[in-house]
Every structure is written in C-alpha cells, then in structure tokens.
Ligand binder design. Structure first.
Ligand code: C2E
Ligand code: MG
Ligand code: MG
Ligand code: MG
Length: 289
C-alpha cells in the first residue's frame, strides 16, 4: 500500500518534468529558426544621469518574439542558448545589432551615447570576441568609447583568460562593466584582479531604498569603494522617485529603471526624443527639487 502510494506520488511529478524537458527542447530547437526568421529583437533601456538629468545611453536587452508563445524574456532562453552553443551566433547578432543601432542614433544627431551590451560566459570566453567587436565597430563607424560590455561573475570562468580579454577590450577603448554587482560570491575578488571600469549595482539592493540604515549603508559603502577604486557606478531597477533621490544623494549619478523608462524597441526613441533627453534637466527625477 505504502509502495503504491509512493509510486503514485512519484508519478505525479512526471508530467511536470516531462513538460519542462519538452519545453526546453522546443526552445533549444526553435532558437536556430528564430535567428534565421528574425524573431529576436533588442529593446533598449535608457541610462540616466541623475545629476545632470539627461540621457547617458542605453542598455540593449534581447527578447524573442515567438510566433506562438508571444514575447519570451531573455532569462528563458539565454541559459539554454549558452549550454547548446547557440549563444555564439546569437551573441554576434546581438552585438552587431546594438552597435548598428548606436551608430544610427549617432548619425541621427544624438551624439556620444553609450551602448551597453550584455555578454554571456561562452561568448566572452571566445578568443574571437574582441576582434569580432572591433570589426563591427569599424563596419558601422561607431567609436569604441561608445560601447560598454557587461559581464557578470559567472562570465569569468578561467581567470587568466578573462583578464586577458578584459585587458584587450580596454586597450581597444571598450569599457567593461561588472553587472549584478554584489549578488555573487566573488564580486570583490573580481574587482581586485580585473581592470573593470564600472559596476552595476543589482536591483535587489535598490528595491528597499531608502529603507533601513543597513540598506542605505550598503549602497553608501559600495559608492565609497567605487570612488576609491575609480570605478563608475550604475544602479539598476529604480522604480520610485525616493530611490532616485537617495542614489543621487549618495553620489550615484547613473541609473536605469522603470521610473525613467522600460526597455523599448529602438523605434520608440525617435530622434526628437533622443535629442531632447540628451539635454540637461530633461528628466524630472527628484520630486523635491
Ligand atoms: P541585466 O543585464 O541585469 O538586465 C536588467 C534587467 O532588469 C532587465 O531584464 C531589465 O528589463 C530589468 N529592469 C530594468 N529596470 C527595471 C525596474 O525598474 N524594475 C524591474 N523589476 N526590472 C527592471 P531582462 O530584459 O528581462 O533581462 C534579464 C537578464 O537577461 C539581464 O539582466 C541579462 O543578464 C540577461 N540578458 C538580457 N539581454 C541579454 C543579451 O542580449 N545577452 C545576454 N548574454 N544576456 C542578456
Ligand atoms: Mg546588464
Ligand atoms: Mg544586472
Ligand atoms: Mg541579471
């Protein structure tokens, strides 16, 4: 009796596991066709300078417009693409599309915008990465200083190799940001060894702000560390004017979040929009001011 019950319980999980495996397979198999059929798109989220209240640039974020499932978020397929090796062609498409877009905005008159692009582990550790990027920059006529590569701790797999890649990127004038800063185990050790120029404070630290003395203290400590290491800082996930005001007060000028704009297709950011928001005082961020 107990055995049958146990078996029944066990069987209860099977459809879920089977469904997950099937979904995963579907995604993995669908990726190739999706790239060929142009189903990937990049959305861009503005990065705002709180002090000058103007647009600094954008982060490119990939989405998959699936014909049956609708819009699929990157968390649903980047990991699978990474494991299957598909991230290599997809990553090239992402970089090329983001660089082309930044060049188009530059030519349309919104000068000097920064374009931040996320790069995953396999893509980052590919020796061809830097040459590929340099070729894309030349092809589209974008200055290297307008590109920033975002890596996370998990991107750095083999330390010496990663250091070599970050060094080469920096030599070519391309900035490197450490994304999701503070969420992993070795953020500080990476900062010690890699010539990164920016940290992106993870949304999980921003959510509670101004919050308790402890929440506020953590952010202030990150700012102090960044100042002494000469690192730039961007805070992610700003949703309220209070969070923006707090970050501004502790000297974190660069922020992104739904308060300013959700990620949106390039067409949303018209030339008029870009030129307006490039100007100082165009973002009303501090309700008290
Ligand atoms: P991330 O690079 O840390 O990107 C920030 C995520 O936070 C984005 O989610 C963005 O839409 C979201 N976000 C921004 N502001 C707010 C806010 O105010 N509130 C909330 N709740 N969320 C906010 P998204 O686009 O779903 O991307 C998730 C993750 O997927 C990214 O985290 C990044 O790790 C990865 N990813 C996205 N695009 C790419 C890509 O092109 N290549 C690679 N390798 N990974 C990517
Ligand atoms: Mg990012
Ligand atoms: Mg992040
Ligand atoms: Mg993330």
């Amino acid at each position: 009796e107990a055995k049958r019950q146990g078996k029944g319980r066990y069987c209860g999980y099977l459809p879920t596991i089977a469904a997950r495996i099937r979904e995963r397979l579907e995604i993995e198999q669908g990726l190739h066709a999706a790239l060929a059929e142009n189903q990937f798109e990049l959305h861009y989220q503005p990065v705002v300078d709180l002090k000058r209240r103007c647009l600094i640039g954008f982060e490119a974020l990939v989405r998959w417009r699936h014909p049956e499932r609708g819009m699929i978020a990157p968390d649903q397929f980047i990991g699978i693409a990474e494991e299957s090796g598909f991230i290599e062609p997809l990553g090239r498409w992402i970089l090329n599309t983001a660089i082309a877009q930044a060049a188009a905005w530059q030519q349309a008159g919104a000068k000097g915008l920064l374009m931040a692009v996320n790069v995953s582990a396999r893509q980052f550790n590919d020796e061809q990465l830097v040459d590929g990027i340099v070729t894309m920059l030349a092809r589209h006529g974008l200055a290297a200083r307008q590109l920033e590569i975002e890596v996370t701790e998990s991107t750095v797999q083999e330390f010496h190799r990663s250091k070599r890649i970050v060094d080469t990127l920096r030599e070519r004038g391309i900035a490197v940001a450490l994304d999701d800063f503070g969420t992993g185990y070795s953020s500080l050790s990476l900062l010690k060894h890699l010539p990164i120029n920016r940290v992106k404070i993870d949304r999980s630290f921003v959510i509670a702000l101004p919050g308790t003395a402890r929440d506020a203290g953590l952010i202030s400590a990150i700012m102090q560390m960044a100042n002494s290491l000469d690192l730039e800082v961007t805070a992610e996930g700003i949703e309220t004017p209070e969070q923006a005001a707090f970050l501004n007060a502790v000297g974190c000028p660069a922020v992104q979040g739904y308060l300013f704009s959700r990620p949106a297709p390039a067409s949303h950011f018209t030339t008029e929009w870009l030129c307006h928001y490039r100007e100082s005082d165009s973002f009303q961020v501090n309700p008290a001011a």
